[in-house]
Each structure stands twice: as structure tokens, then as C-alpha cells.
Design a protein around this ligand. Structure first.
Ligand SMILES: Nc1ncnc2c1ncn2[C@@H]1O[C@H](COP(=O)(O)OP(=O)(O)O)[C@@H](O)[C@H]1O
Ligand SMILES: [Mg+2]
Length: 271
């Protein structure tokens, strides 16, 4: 694969107690690139992401192939090496951001605490930096937001807070696994815009995972279509959307088109 690739999976096989779950898949995330992984629920998207973060669930492991980050083989890193790579180089956000926050501490304090522990900033500097980070994620009143508790924030705001936490240590790669799935369409589009902006402003490379092709299409240059732990199709998003080669991809594109029409007609009905 090309030399500009930052993160490369080669013949990656992931195995659980009952057998293989991901069957030898290969893909590459280019430096500054955006790679979408799309597929139905259960197709192996999250396990693939977790393997890239060294956080596969108990009983599940990489049993074949390799993962390379910035030219370094990270397939078989030990716990400590993963600890030092995660957050600093490869970071992630998931669905249900609220569940990652302490309900009884303001989000600003939680963000500042992560900054303090992970980057060694003093308390005061961390508080200032937390507000700056929230501002950089397009939150309109970051100083106010930082003083609020998780339950006072909307899903879209919470996900921005989690993105801020994920970016504390300036990682090169951000993995967003169904990070906008629980949000309504408008807020989802806003958060996707934030991710696209971050790629520009921070030179971040993105892996965006969704069961929804429309989400991936909005942000990603390249897309991998996963089905039952196998890649059925991969390529530039525009090509895959306009000229899908595999029946399964064609189905995803058709569903997407139908969904788009439904959205349009329901907006007409609402007007
Ligand atoms: N901890 C686990 N132990 C055993 N099988 C698992 C585990 N986690 C996920 N799986 C199985 O692996 C497959 C892929 O799961 P997952 O990567 O979560 O799919 P997706 O994110 O695409 O919905 C599914 O068949 C799922 O049941
Ligand atoms: Mg998943």
C-alpha cells in the first residue's frame, strides 16, 4: 500500500471464542485522510476499531495479519505500549457519550482533569485550555458549557465534549465509531462538520464508522464496505456511491437513496 499511509491493516483476522469474526481484511488510512467503514450491525466494524486501539474484549484477539502505525508494527504490543499509544497517537469516540462522563462533575472540570493528568498542565492552565478546546469544537458559549453538568447538555454537545477529551493529547488519528448515530440528522451533520474541520485545523486523520452510508459519504474520501467480517468493496467514496460494484453495496446505496427521498418528502409534509 502507498507510503503516505499512516495506519495500515493487512489481512487482519480477529477471532472470538467461537471462531473468526473478522476474516483477513486489509485497508489503509492515509495521512490527513478520512476513511469510512460502513456495514450493517454485526459486520465487524467495532471489533476492527477496537483492534486498532488495542482494546478488544476479553476472549477476542487478533490472530492473523498485522496493524502498522506510522511504519511501526503495533499488532502485538503489550499493555503498556498500547497505553502509551492510545490517546497520544490514536484516539477514539463512541456512541452514547454521556456514559463516559461522571454525572456529578461539570464537563469543564472533567476535561481539565484529563488535560492535567495526561499533559501535565497545572490546574489553572488546564481550566483555560479546556475552554479553548471546547471553543475549537464549535460550542457557542464554551465558558458556560464548561460549568455545566452532563445532564444539562444535549447529545451533540456531549459528543463534542468527548471529542475534546479524545483530542487532549493531540493524537494523529481519531476513530469515531457510530459517534453520531444517536443524534438527530441536523445535529449529526453539525458534529460531522466539526470532525471534518478538525481534520483541516489539526491535521488529523479520521476513521469514521457507521452503519449509515450517508454519514460516511458526508465526510470520507475513501470507504470500505464490511459484511460479515469481510470487505466486499473498497475505494474512493464518490466512485463507490456512483458506481457500486457489489450487490451488497448497491443495496446500501439504494437504501440510502430511498431514505434521502423519504427525508425530503417528510420535510415537505412538515412544511
Ligand atoms: N466480545 C465478543 N465476544 C464474542 N463475539 C463478539 C464480541 N463482540 C462482538 N462479537 C461478534 O463479532 C461480530 C462483529 O461485532 P461488531 O464488531 O461489534 O459489529 P458492528 O460494530 O459492525 O456492529 C458480531 O457477530 C458480534 O456478535
Ligand atoms: Mg459497532
Amino acid at each position: 500500500m502507498s507510503d503516505t499511509a499512516l495506519l495500515v491493516a493487512r489481512d487482519l483476522t480477529i477471532t472470538g471464542p467461537a471462531g473468526d469474526l473478522v476474516h483477513g481484511i486489509s485497508f489503509a488510512l492515509q495521512r490527513g485522510g478520512t476513511l469510512g467503514i460502513v456495514g450493517e450491525s454485526g459486520s465487524g466494524k467495532s471489533l476492527t476499531c477496537r483492534s486498532l486501539l488495542g482494546i478488544l474484549p476479553p476472549g477476542v484477539s487478533v490472530t492473523g495479519g498485522s496493524i502498522e502505525f506510522d511504519g511501526r508494527d503495533i499488532t502485538a504490543l503489550g499493555y503498556r505500549d498500547w497505553q502509551s499509544l492510545r490517546g497520544t497517537h490514536i484516539s477514539a469516540v463512541f456512541q452514547d457519550p454521556g456514559s463516559y462522563l461522571n454525572p456529578s462533575i461539570t464537563v469543564g472540570k472533567q476535561l481539565a482533569e484529563v488535560l492535567r493528568v495526561k499533559t501535565g498542565l497545572g490546574r489553572r492552565a488546564a481550566t483555560v485550555r479546556a475552554v479553548e478546546l471546547l471553543a475549537s469544537l464549535g460550542l457557542r458559549d464554551p465558558a458556560l458549557v464548561s460549568l455545566q453538568y452532563p445532564h444539562e447538555l444535549s447529545g451533540g454537545m456531549l459528543q463534542r465534549v468527548l471529542i475534546a477529551i479524545a483530542l487532549c493529547e493531540n493524537p494523529q488519528v481519531l476513530i469515531a465509531d457510530e459517534a453520531t448515530t444517536a443524534l438527530d440528522v441536523t445535529v449529526q451533520a453539525e458534529v460531522l462538520d466539526v470532525l471534518a474541520d478538525l481534520r483541516e485545523s489539526r491535521d488529523l486523520s479520521l476513521i469514521l464508522v457507521s452503519h449509515d452510508l450517508a454519514v460516511v459519504a458526508q465526510v470520507c474520501d475513501e470507504v470500505v464496505v464490511l459484511r460479515d467480517g469481510l470487505i466486499v468493496e473498497a475505494g474512493p467514496t464518490a466512485r463507490v456511491l456512483s458506481d457500486p460494484q457489489h450487490t451488497y453495496t448497491r443495496l446500501l446505496v439504494e437504501n440510502h437513496a430511498r431514505y434521502g427521498i423519504e427525508r425530503y418528502t417528510s420535510e415537505l409534509a412538515d412544511a
